[in-house]
Ligand binder design. Structure first.
Ligand code: GDP
Ligand code: GDP
Length: 455
């Protein structure tokens, strides 16, 4: 079956960029009004973008693609946050904490004309805990005279303060050189902000479920094979396949097409292939042979997708072999074995006859939309406020943990961080997940909820 043409990606082409992995991420954090947005605009080389003079304008994190001396990176503006006069320290730390968690390095901006405040000190503690490289920007150093203000910031214990005037551009080149020095080439935090290129699909499932049959059916004659691993193994080849009006990138298809002959260790290699395909994919179609009992191996593949945080569609293949009796048992098996992934769209199809294969595209789109969904912080907290008021956490040992604040830390998949006054039980977390799904959909994507306890 090797009579197809291999089109090698040209060096320096888009594919090259894709393979380089996610861009490194720089988060800009600091108190309101220290000049973060001005600095971000300066780095992006824009003047037109809105800079708010009012502290406390609610904005979620915004990610931009930035470049300095030919190197690209993702720049995340933590903008503003919900200012609650009583809890400002808390809010600052929360927003910053989430941004920092998803960054490879942090630019911590302080207003040198004001000096370090208690809030700044609180952020410093959190930055130390994070272990991420920190670049301390002493902003509003508009002239030589103000450099003494910057020097005062040595006292924060974060090393050298970089004097900058975001407004006039003074010192911004030096600080960007330093940024590039500390940023890794490729993001180590998983490219939570990555965008662009054809969407990437992994076709997964145990041997003989019909992966290569489905791939052939979908690809028809119009496929482009992209050899994306220069000079290493020939196995993980991607194919660009046009379905409907969209081109999709099916990852690691060579491993699907090439029949695996060895029996010993086949399981191990299958799971390795699944893992490497998932690294690259955004969404997975897991094939299950509908004609046979759902196996442990099927469940393991599905679990791998969920653990990798990828969007998921389950395709019950060989539907042409399913009679009424088998169908009855299959439904029972699904209820028993796959309740935890009720959120994943299900397609009953036949790679052999082509039945229902056309349904895959709308489900891929839905699942990816869900995977990309961002719930604005204000809306999330309003909703949590309602459900918590209706169903508060049970009292344990005379205490009742309260939910203080929540934010969506990332998309792809949606990850939520809830700040609470005490330990939140697993049952209550599941309840929150269920309600979040009811409210916001998330069909086809896993979601994660983590809880931070604040005294
Ligand atoms: P953010 O809330 O941290 O994003 O701060 P902004 O970027 O909105 O800036 C707050 C205010 O500080 C605005 O009035 C800016 O014009 C001003 N500002 C920002 N950078 C500088 C600077 O380098 N020098 C001076 N003098 N003012 C600045
Ligand atoms: P892979 O190992 O997952 O790539 O599976 P293949 O695509 O090689 O298919 C394994 C066997 O199942 C082959 O004999 C296919 O012809 C058969 N097969 C695949 N899809 C279907 C289907 O929808 N219906 C039936 N009846 N057989 C199928």
């Amino acid at each position: 079956d090797e009579d197809r043409a291999l089109i090698d990606a040209e060096p320096g082409s888009q594919d090259d960029d894709d393979n380089a992995g996610p861009l490194p991420v720089l988060a800009v954090v600091g108190r309101p009004n220290v000049g973060k947005s001005t600095l971000v605009n300066r780095i992006l080389g824009r003047r037109e973008a809105v800079v708010e003079d009012v502290p406390g304008v609610t904005r979620d994190r915004v990610a931009y693609e930035a470049e300095w001396t030919g190197r690209r990176f993702t720049l995340v503006d933590t903008g503003g946050w919900e200012v609650d006069a009583k809890g400002i320290h808390l809010r600052v730390a929360e927003q910053a904490e989430v941004a920092v968690e998803l960054a490879d390095a942090v630019m911590f901006v302080v207003d040198a004309t004001v000096g370090a405040t208690d809030t700044d000190e609180a952020v410093v503690k959190m930055l130390r805990r994070s272990g991420k490289p920190v670049i301390l920007v002493a902003n509003k150093v508009d002239d030589q005279r103000a450099e003494a203000d910057a020097a005062m910031l040595w006292g924060l214990g974060l090393g050298q303060p970089w004097p900058v005037s975001a407004l006039h551009g003074r010192g911004s080149g030096d600080v960007l050189d330093e940024v590039l020095r500390v940023l890794p080439e490729v993001s180590k935090v998983g490219g939570a902000y990555e965008r662009g290129g054809p969407r990437r699909v992994a076709l997964l499932g145990r041997p003989n479920v019909g992966k290569s049959s489905l791939l052939n059916k979908l690809a028809g004659e119009e496929r482009v094979v992209v050899d994306n691993v220069a000079g290493t193994t020939r196995d993980p080849v991607d194919e660009l396949i046009r379905l409907g009006d969209t081109t999709w990138r099916f990852v690691d298809t060579a491993g699907i097409r090439r029949r695996v002959h060895q029996t010993r260790g086949a399981d191990f290699y299958a799971s390795l292939r699944t893992q490497s395909a998932l690294e690259k994919a955004e969404v997975a179609i897991v094939l299950v042979d509908a004609g046979e009992p759902i196996s442990e191996q099927d469940i393991r593949v599905i679990q791998q997708v969920v653990d990798a945080g990828r969007a998921l569609i389950v395709a019950y293949n060989k539907w042409d072999t399913v009679d009424e009796e088998r169908r009855y048992y299959l439904e029972r098996e699904i209820e028993r074995e796959l309740v935890q992934i009720q959120w994943a769209p299900r397609v009953n199809l036949s790679a052999l006859t082509g039945r229902n294969t056309g349904k895959l595209v709308p489900y891929l789109e839905t699942a990816l939309d869900s995977w990309d969904t961002r719930v604005p912080t204000g809306r999330l907290n309003a909703f949590l406020g309602e459900i918590v008021a209706g169903h508060p956490h049970p009292v344990r040992g005379g205490k009742q943990p309260r939910i203080l604040f929540a934010t969506q830390a990332s998309t792809r998949p949606p990850r939520f961080v809830i700040f609470a006054s005490g330990f939140i039980e697993a049952g209550y977390r599941r309840f929150l997940e269920r309600r979040l799904r009811e409210e916001f959909g998330f069909e086809g994507t896993p979601i994660e909820i983590s809880v931070r306890v604040r005294e």
